[in-house]
Design a protein. Structure first.
Lengths: 304, 264
């Protein structure tokens, strides 16, 4: 559906990615990592300085405006709605622009206004809506197109829990029906829960691209074991630990779960000392990303 | 190209205009006031004379009433593209399966049709009752006047279009559009009919598009031009539309290139 080959633009440099049809790809990265630039490159809003881009088999810059209903896009700060219109009028206008048949519009409008619960304020003007209310209408506007490809830039900003739940549920349903989705966010936990693939971006580079499971098994095998000791600090020289921290009776061990199991460690410790408490911590996605950045930087430094 | 989305925008812009009733009443009042002020000025200038340089008071009155009326109808939204560039919506707007230029024409026409029916005609009626204007030279001339006025609208639209494109490079176009309005006011013959321009000025204006906007239609209305002259003047109008539109279009293409290279 989307192919980028050695694409460079602004912070993005020598970027490769292929997004097959029917995937929901979550772009994760800190502010300024290049998420929005990527979405703009994919949609043809920006021309790459170098490299090759194909979106739905076409050059998106040259064939801008020919995608019609095939591509739906929402970028933060670039509204698809007009401030003076009411929610209903704004969506009706888009229905004219994208030539959506009347009956189809009514059907999707009913469904979307129901699910995003904006029926009660559909007669208010867009400019009078709160951020969250407005986002619901914005999302309904792109989803109404039923595009083959949906590009969303931080669509969860301002949405409350109900709104988020409705949004991710609809995305999931549409993906099952074959929609390809690229969505960026600051919130890695949310993304990892709902996207079929994760693309981790840092300073314009693709650090990782694949499923959450692979990310966990490949990079996040560093577990943390926290022990409260009742006795001397054990000698753990023989274990392949990443590092350990001792603080009074607390001992914190960092280890790679692929190399050594928790049982082995506990076995060795119990031979030498008494333990009051044991806690094993699996890192969350945010920690993992920080860790991954470190690993990649090490690799790069070693390369030099 | 299907017309439905453009017609929807035309309709919307028409309806949006009709939403502000008080503003609308005030603008009719302001047009009438401007007409009366000009009428008073010219009445004083003419004094007891019947005509100046072969131009009667009635012709002058007809000129400024018609051109001020057309000025109202020809009013363009000069902030259409600059506004979209400013808030960044131009980018996503370009992804839509419809031409922005087409939409701009549609929205301008929507408000123009509204102003023609609910502003130009009432103001004209008031002026006719209070001051009185000359009737068209003949029904034939009136038809030609309508065609020429439509072409004048085209000239006005392309000037606005070309100037709006500058907003890709400058931050505010407010000063440019204000300057445009002043220049058009003076050189199109609204305030001072072009009959009274000194000869050297007349020679310069012949090479500028401004007389094509209001003055040509008014001259046709008054029956001052022969058949061949009408044809010639209308051709000049068409040529101006093409020239200015092409310049605007080149700027438009450059602007879009700038947008995809530098981002917007």
């Amino acid at each position: 559906m989307i192919t980028l080959e050695s694409v460079s633009k602004f912070i993005i440099s020598d970027f490769h990615i292929h997004i097959p049809q029917g995937e929901c790809v979550g772009l994760i990265g800190v502010s300024g990592a290049g998420k929005t630039t990527l979405l703009k490159l994919m949609s043809g809003l920006l021309a790459p300085k170098h490299g090759y881009i194909r979106t739905i088999g076409r050059n998106p810059v040259r064939e801008k405006g020919t995608y019609g209903r095939d591509m739906g896009i929402f970028l933060t700060g670039k509204s698809n709605l007009e401030n003076q219109d009411t929610a209903r009028e704004a969506l009706e206008m888009l229905c004219h622009v994208y030539r959506i048949p009347k009956e189809e519009f009514h059907r999707s409008y009913e469904a979307l206004s129901e699910r995003f619960a904006f029926r009660e304020y559909e007669e208010k003007r867009i400019k009078d809506l709160s951020l969250g209310q407005r986002m619901r209408v914005e999302l309904a506007a792109v989803l109404m197109l039923k595009p083959k490809l949906l590009l969303l830039d931080e669509p969860d900003i301002g949405l409350d829990e109900n709104g988020k739940a409705a949004f991710w549920k609809i995305l999931e349903e549409e993906r099952r029906k074959g929609m390809t989705i690229v969505v960026s966010s600051h919130n890695p936990v949310e993304i990892s829960r709902h996207c079929s693939r994760i693309a981790l971006i840092d300073e314009g580079k693709l650090l990782f691209y694949g499923t959450e499971k692979r990310l966990r098994s490949k990079y996040a095998s560093m577990d943390i074991m926290q022990l409260k000791l009742d006795g001397k600090i054990p000698d753990l020289e023989d274990l392949p630990l990443k590092k350990y921290e001792a603080e009074q009776d607390m001992l914190r061990l960092f280890y790679d779960a692929n190399l050594v199991s928790a049982a082995e460690i506990i076995g060795l410790i119990l031979k030498q000392t008494q333990v009051k408490e044991i806690q094993v911590i699996k890192p969350n996605l945010t920690d993992m990303i920080m860790q991954l950045k470190g690993v990649k930087e090490d690799e790069l430094n070693r390369g030099k | 190209m299907r017309l439905a989305p453009y017609i929807a925008y035309l309709k919307k812009s028409f309806l949006r205009k009709s939403a502000y009733r008080f503003d609308h009443l005030m603008s009719i009042l302001s047009t009438c006031l401007r007409i009366f002020i000009f009428w008073e000025i010219y009445r004083t200038l003419y004094g007891t004379r019947q005509e100046v340089d072969g131009i009667t008071m009635a012709m002058v009155t007809t000129n400024f009433i018609l051109s001020m009326g057309l000025d109202v109808v020809f009013g363009m939204d000069d902030n259409f593209i600059p506004g979209k560039i400013h808030d960044g919506s131009i980018a996503t707007e370009l992804l839509r399966p419809m031409s922005i230029k087409g939409r701009m024409i549609a929205e301008n026409m929507g408000s123009s049709v509204f102003k023609l029916i609910f502003h130009f005609i009432p103001a004209l009626l008031i002026a006719q009752i209070m001051i009185g204007i000359l009737p068209p030279a003949s029904p034939m001339m009136f038809m030609c006047f309508l065609i020429s006025a439509l072409l004048g609208y085209g000239v006005m639209w392309s000037i606005s279009f070309a100037l709006q494109m500058l907003s890709f490079w400058v931050i505010t176009t407010w000063s440019i559009t204000t300057l445009k309005n002043v220049v058009i006011n003076i050189f199109s013959g609204t305030m001072l009919p072009l009959w009274f321009m000194p000869e050297w000025m007349d020679r310069i204006l012949r090479f500028l598009p401004f007389s094509s906007i209001y003055f040509t239609p008014v001259q046709i209305y008054l029956g001052q031009l022969s058949g061949a002259e009408i044809l010639e003047k209308c051709c000049i109008q068409i040529i101006w539309i093409l020239i200015i539109y092409c310049v605007g279009d080149i700027l438009w293409k450059c602007g879009q290139r700038k947008l995809v290279v530098q981002g917007g």
